[in-house]
Design a protein around this ligand. Structure first.
Ligand code: PNS
Length: 162
């Protein structure tokens, strides 16, 4: 049985993330979508909010679960007995940093393998940062995020404005 972890900040989850979740759920027996801290980013949503959004969208995938962790990704993968880390690659601009992270993670644990999935070209321009930027200026993000998540983002934005 092959268990994989799909880690990320998911701040918020986008249609690009959902596409990777859907495809990875067909490849692996079990997929854990894990919300982790990215020390380089200041999140808009709390971990609990991000977990809630992800739980909404994984309902159709019985072999997918959502979890969170504060600490090293490889430590988490080992704790959950997952042998694979799944990352989505959008463009060459993602590659350099993802390559570095994959090498660091291998140095920290040679038992956990990083595998990359190419993002569907329909979603290659979408990132959580772009979603937040467009939404904060009043732009329409309905084609960028899962339908269940859209109201949660709008609610958060209006709460932040007051
Ligand atoms: O969605 P993101 O922000 O690109 O996800 C990055 C994330 C959270 C997967 C990465 O920052 C991470 O693995 N954080 C956990 C801490 C860790 O293990 N760092 C060592 C890898 S260099």
């Amino acid at each position: 049985m092959v268990k994989a972890v799909y880690p990320g900040s998911f701040d918020p989850v986008t249609n690009g993330h959902l596409d990777i979740i859907e495809r990875a759920s067909k490849v692996f027996d079990n997929l854990i979508v894990a919300v982790l801290e990215n020390p380089r980013k200041t999140p808009m949503f709390t971990i609990e909010e991000r977990v809630m959004m992800l739980n909404e969208i994984i309902e159709p995938y019985p072999n997918v679960e959502v979890d969170y962790y504060q600490g090293l990704l490889v430590e988490y993968a080992q704790k959950r007995e997952a042998s694979i880390i799944i990352k989505g690659l959008r463009a060459m601009s993602d590659f350099e940093f993802e390559f570095q992270m994959a090498l660091v993670n291998r140095k920290l644990s040679c038992d956990v393998e990083t595998m990359f999935m190419m993002t569907n070209n329909m979603y290659s321009y979408i990132s959580s940062s772009i979603v937040k930027e467009v939404a904060s200026y009043g732009g329409d993000i309905r084609e960028l995020v899962p339908a269940q998540v859209y109201p949660m983002i709008m609610k958060k934005l209006s709460a932040l404005k007051f």
